[in-house]
Write a protein that binds this ligand. Structure first.
Ligand code: ZN
Ligand code: MN
Length: 499
């Protein structure tokens, strides 16, 4: 019988483990001077070192060491005064040396933690995710399987290899086992990867694009019968490449493992692949034990020995933590929790901050980005920030405050900018979207409204102020919404002897 998530959680407790690989954004590779740009012609960014030709000697990229130390410090790790590289031996066609230069028993950063906050029914909850290690290694090349229908090797006629990616600096960040997340396991995993991505971005060490593979997550899950204290066998879902998929993959694995255990089957220690379409995972290879890799110290590289002074210098350059920044902005802008969550989930925090820094009122900036602009973005299925810039939005908000635009006209200006009709100014001129604030033009419209509704005008003259609404509405309609309603009200009441 298949168990759903809630049934699975009634019987079992999940334990998580997360491994994240991040490609650093250094200009050259980890052990040679080859360029690292994404998307270059295949095999144009290679040399004897990253192709593993006999006799070629590697040298460590100093910038990569610096970036890794920064990551370790941001994750509250200790930085080892002495660490070494090791050869991790396995055969893979996209790995030209037949070993990956990595770190094994002597990683550069150890014993850190990252606190992540999630929203639950009982309010915000913080989970501490302990970090076991952060180490340096190198990426592999890429295989392209040609001729099959799926792009996988199965059914392909032949395969092509591109070694441009081989040797790009990778940092692997490994958590300790994360117990106690219970039904929040999928959310905690997602929050951890999100927070980690934001930290890496704030450090400027990677472009952290999950969809391009510069940040990849392997999610380990195991279940233990509730209250038993017995740790189950884990599975490892490889290379999950979006935040939402991290959450879905763990959700799906908890259901799959619980269902297997309920029907008396064992969980096999193996790698699994996440299937984007179904949210399920499919078996990969059975997982090697560490000894299968025949790790041994890399004889061609000297140990990494950062001085304490250098580490402290780097610590002094750490930027504000993303979580601290979020709290600071939320306070400064007086944003309710729920709206803050919407801003963060929509990835609009940066652009709203930019808009505010350009002089816009925080609440106006938020409501334009979360409201009208997000609505247009959803319609077009693109990101809000690809439609308009912070400075255009700030300009439009300024035009509203100065009375040159009403909210309604401003929406048309945004629409014009989004449709490529030019800058806000150009759209206003081309579409004739100026607010009618010319008193004589407004008075003419007011007089015809009064002429059309003499009884209403009489009631207003008699002191029935709310009745003026119908006349103001008529004026707004006659001016195509381009009049300033407050101004119309003022002129009208004055004209009828009520101001
Ligand atoms: Zn190279
Ligand atoms: Mn690795």
């Amino acid at each position: 019988m298949a168990l759903n998530f809630d049934q699975a959680l009634e019987k079992y407790e999940p334990t998580l483990g997360l491994e994240v690989h991040v490609e650093l954004n250094t200009h050259s590779k980890m052990f040679c001077g080859c360029a690292t740009e994404f998307g270059a012609e295949p095999n144009t960014q290679t040399c004897p070192v990253c192709l593993g030709l006999p006799g070629a000697l590697p040298a460590v990229n100093g910038k990569a060491i610096e970036s890794t130390i920064l990551i370790g410090l941001a994750l509250n790790c200790s930085i080892a005064p002495y660490s070494r590289f090791a050869r991790k031996n396995y055969f893979y066609p996209d790995m030209p040396k037949n070993f990956q230069t990595s770190q094994y028993d002597e990683p550069i950063c150890i014993n850190g933690y990252l606190d992540v906050e999630i929203d639950t029914e009982e309010g915000k909850k913080t989970f501490r995710v302990e970090i076991e290690r952060v180490h340096m290694e190198e990426d592999t090349g890429k295989s392209l399987h040609v001729g099959g229908s799926t792009g996988r090797i199965h059914g392909a006629e032949y395969s092509l290899l591109d070694y441009n990616r081989a040797g790009i600096p990778l940092v692997e960040i490994v958590t300790k086992m994360i117990p106690g997340t219970d039904k929040y396991a999928p959310q905690v995993a997602r929050a951890y990867v999100t927070e980690l991505r934001d930290i890496l971005r704030s450090l400027g060490v990677s472009d952290v694009k999950m969809e391009q593979g510069s940040l990849r997550c392997d999610a380990n899950v195991s279940l233990s019968p509730r209250g038993s204290g017995i740790l189950g066998t884990r599975s490892e879902t490889k290379n999950v490449n979006s935040l939402r998929s991290v959450e879905r993959a763990i959700f799906g694995e908890i259901e799959r493992q619980a269902t297997r255990l309920e029907s008396g089957e064992r969980i096999i220690q193996e790698t699994r692949h996440f299937l984007e379409e179904s949210g399920l995972t499919r078996a990969g290879r059975s997982k090697e034990q560490a000894e299968d890799y025949r790790y041994f110290p890399e004889p061609d590289l000297v140990p990494v020995t950062p001085s304490a002074e250098w580490v402290e210098e780097l610590r002094a350059t750490l930027p504000e933590k993303p979580s601290t920044r979020r709290k600071r902005l939320q306070e400064a802008w007086a944003v309710p929790d729920k709206e803050m969550t919407s801003l963060i989930n929509a990835e609009l925090l940066d652009v709203v901050e930019e808009t505010v820094n350009l002089g816009a009122d925080p609440s106006k900036a938020r409501s334009w980005w979360l409201g009208e602009i997000s609505r247009l973005a959803n319609e077009k299925d693109v990101s809000a920030t690809s439609l308009v810039t912070a400075s255009q939005v700030a300009e439009i908000i300024a035009l509203i405050s100065s009375g040159e635009l009403t909210d309604k006209l401003a929406r048309q200006v945004v629409e014009g900018v989004v449709n490529g009709e030019g800058t806000p100014r150009e759209v206003i001129d081309a579409r004739g979207l100026k607010v009618v604030s010319d008193d004589s033009a407004l008075m003419a419209a007011i007089e015809s409204a009064i002429a059309a509704q003499p009884d209403t005008a009489e009631r207003v003259r008699g002191g029935n102020i709310p009745a003026a609404g119908a006349l103001i509405g008529a004026v707004m309609k006659a001016t195509g919404g381009q009049a300033d309603a407050a101004k119309v009200r003022e002129l009208l009441l004055k004209h009828l002897g009520q101001a």
